[in-house]
Design a protein around this ligand. Structure first.
Ligand SMILES: Cc1cc2nc3c(=O)[nH]c(=O)nc-3n(C[C@H](O)[C@H](O)[C@H](O)COP(=O)(O)OP(=O)(O)OC[C@H]3O[C@@H](n4cnc5c(N)ncnc54)[C@H](O)[C@@H]3O)c2cc1C
Length: 416
C-alpha cells in the first residue's frame, strides 16, 4: 500500500527493511527454531550495525546520537521494526526506553540530557516509567496517585508503591510520578522525579507474572513491582517543572501511544503475511485453504481494517508533530489496539496448530499484543475522552437547531 510518506521517511524505512531482512529476521527465525535466547552481546552487535547503517534510535535528535526524525518520518521505520519480536530493540526504538528518551529531550535540563539522555540512547543505562500503583492508587484514573515526595532541605523524600513498571527489573533510574503538592489537585501538584535504583529505600519486590513474559532474548526488563521507602534524592532530580508531572506525562504518552501503534501494526502485518503464506500452501478438502471463500473474506476484512488503522495513525502523527492531538491519538490508539488484536488472532486461527506452536512468531505476537488494549490507556478510557469531546459542543442552541422541525414543511402522511 502506498502512503506517500515523505522521501526521507521512505529512504530510512527502506534501509530499516534491509536491516530487518538481512540481519534481524534471520536471527529471530534461528532463535525460534532452536529455542536459544539471543544474548546481550548480540543485541549490542545489532546496535553497532544499526549505527553503521544510520538507523540507530530514529526518534532521538542527531545531537544525542539518533537520526532526528519526527513522528511522521519515523513512522514507516517503526512499522518495519514491529514486524519482528526484536526489531525495535535492535535499533533502540523499543518501549519504554524510546518514550523515556523523548521525555528527556522534551523537558530535561541540559545537565540532565548530558547525564541521563546521552548514556540512555547508547544503552549504557536503562530507565523505567513508574506511574501505575496497586489499588487504590493511580491506574486508569491517574488522579488517584498516592505516592508522594516531600521536600527536606535540598532533597526529596519519596514514599510510594508502584507496579507494572516496564523494564523496572534492570532499570538504573525510575521516572517516578509522585504527588509533590498535596493541597493541590493532582493535575497541578504532581512531579516526575528521577530515582536511582541503587538509592537506599528502593526495593524491587518482584517481576509481576504476566501473559507473554517469555521473550526470545536474555534481556530481563520485566514489569516490576517497586517500593520507595523514605528514598532521598536531590531536588535537581526533578524532571521538567515541579508540579507539572501530569502535563509532561501527557506529552510522553501522546507520542508513546502512537509509536506503539506503529510497531503493533507492523506485527499485525507480518502475522497476515505468515497466515497468507500458510493458506496459499496448505491443502484441505480438495483445494488450498487460500481458495476457501470463508477465509478470503476474513483476510479481506483484516487488510481493510489494518489499512484504516495505518491511515489513522498517519493522520495522528501529522497532527502530533503540530499540536497535542489528544483526540486524534486516542482514536488511533483505541482503533489500532483492537485491529491489531483481531488481526493477529485471525492469523493465528488461519495457521491451525502452527499458530499455537512457537516455530512461527504468531503465538508470541498473540501473547504480546493483548496488553495493547490496556497499556497507555484502556479502550474504555480512550472512549471516555472521545465521547467527552464528541459531546462538548452540544449546548442548548445546538440541541434546538438540530431537533427543530418546520411545522409548515412537515408531510402529513395521513393527507397523502
Ligand atoms: C504489559 C504492561 C506494561 C505496563 N507498563 C507500564 C509502565 O511502564 N509504567 C506504568 O506506570 N504503568 C504500566 N502499565 C500499567 C498500565 O498503564 C495500567 O495497567 C493501565 O493504565 C490500567 O490501569 P489498572 O491496571 O490499574 O486498571 P484499572 O484502573 O483497575 O482498570 C481496570 C479496567 O477497568 C476498565 N475501566 C477503567 N476505567 C473505566 C471507565 N471510566 N469506564 C469503563 N471502564 C473502565 C478498563 O477496561 C480497565 O482495563 C503496564 C501494564 C501492562 C499490562
Amino acid at each position: 500500500m502506498e502512503y506517500h510518506d515523505s522521501e526521507k521517511a521512505k529512504e530510512v524505512a527502506g534501509r530499516v527493511e534491509d536491516f530487518m531482512e538481512e540481519v534481524v529476521l534471520p536471527r529471530e527465525r534461528e532463535a525460534l527454531a532452536t529455542g536459544e535466547q539471543i544474548t546481550m552481546d548480540e543485541i549490542h552487535d545489532f546496535w553497532d550495525q544499526a549505527k553503521e547503517r544510520n538507523l540507530f534510535a530514529p526518534q532521538v535528535s542527531e545531537e544525542y546520537g539518533g537520526q532526528g526524525l519526527d513522528f511522521q518520518d519515523m513512522l514507516p521505520s517503526f512499522e518495519q521494526v514491529g514486524r519482528s519480536l526484536i526489531g525495535a530493540l535492535a535499533i533502540r526504538a523499543n518501549a519504554p526506553q524510546e518514550g523515556n528518551m523523548h521525555t528527556f529531550e522534551m523537558v530535561g535540563t541540559e545537565a540532565q540530557k548530558e547525564e541521563y539522555l546521552r548514556p540512555l540512547v547508547q544503552g549504557e543505562i536503562q530507565t523505567a516509567f513508574a506511574m501505575t500503583e496497586p489499588k487504590q492508587g493511580g491506574g486508569s484514573d491517574p488522579k488517584m496517585l498516592q505516592s508522594t515526595a516531600v521536600k527536606d532541605g535540598d532533597e526529596w523524600v519519596i514514599n510510594g508503591h508502584k507496579w507494572w513498571t516496564s523494564d523496572g527489573l534492570n532499570a538504573d533510574y525510575y521516572l517516578a510520578m509522585v504527588r509533590t503538592d498535596l493541597d493541590a489537585h493532582p493535575y497541578s501538584g504532581t512531579s516526575i522525579i528521577l530515582v536511582p535504583s541503587e538509592a537506599d529505600g528502593v526495593e524491587v519486590v518482584r517481576n509481576v507474572p504476566h501473559l507473554g513474559g517469555h521473550g526470545i532474548t536474555e534481556r530481563k526488563g520485566g514489569h516490576a513491582e517497586v517500593k520507595f521507602d523514605n528514598v532521598r534524592v536531590p531536588v535537581e532530580n526533578t524532571l521538567g517543572e515541579e508540579n507539572e508531572g501530569f502535563q509532561i506525562a501527557q506529552m510522553r504518552l501522546g507520542g508513546g501511544r502512537l509509536t506503539h501503534c506503529m510497531r503493533y501494526s507492523g506485527m499485525a502485518e507480518r502475522s497476515l503475511d505468515v497466515a497468507k503464506a500458510y493458506l496459499a500452501e496448505r491443502e484441505a478438502f480438495g483445494t488450498t485453504l487460500e481458495e476457501k471463500q470463508a477465509l478470503r473474506h476474513r483476510i479481506a476484512d483484516a487488510e481493510t481494517r489494518l489499512h484504516a488503522a495505518r491511515c489513522m495513525v498517519r493522520h495522528a502523527a501529522r497532527e502530533l508533530d503540530r499540536s497535542d492531538a489528544r483526540i486524534e491519538v486516542a482514536m488511533a490508539k483505541m482503533f489500532t489496539a483492537n485491529v491489531t488484536n483481531e488481526t493477529i488472532d485471525l492469523a493465528l486461527q488461519c495457521c491451525g496448530g502452527n499458530g499455537i506452536g512457537k516455530d512461527l512468531p504468531i503465538a508470541h505476537f498473540y501473547e504480546n499484543v493483548r496488553a495493547f488494549r490496556i497499556v497507555d490507556g484502556a479502550d474504555e478510557v480512550h472512549r471516555r475522552s472521545i465521547a467527552r469531546w464528541a459531546f462538548e459542543d452540544i449546548d442548548e442552541t445546538e440541541v434546538e437547531n438540530a431537533l427543530q422541525f418546520d411545522e409548515d414543511l412537515r408531510i402529513d402522511a395521513l393527507d397523502e
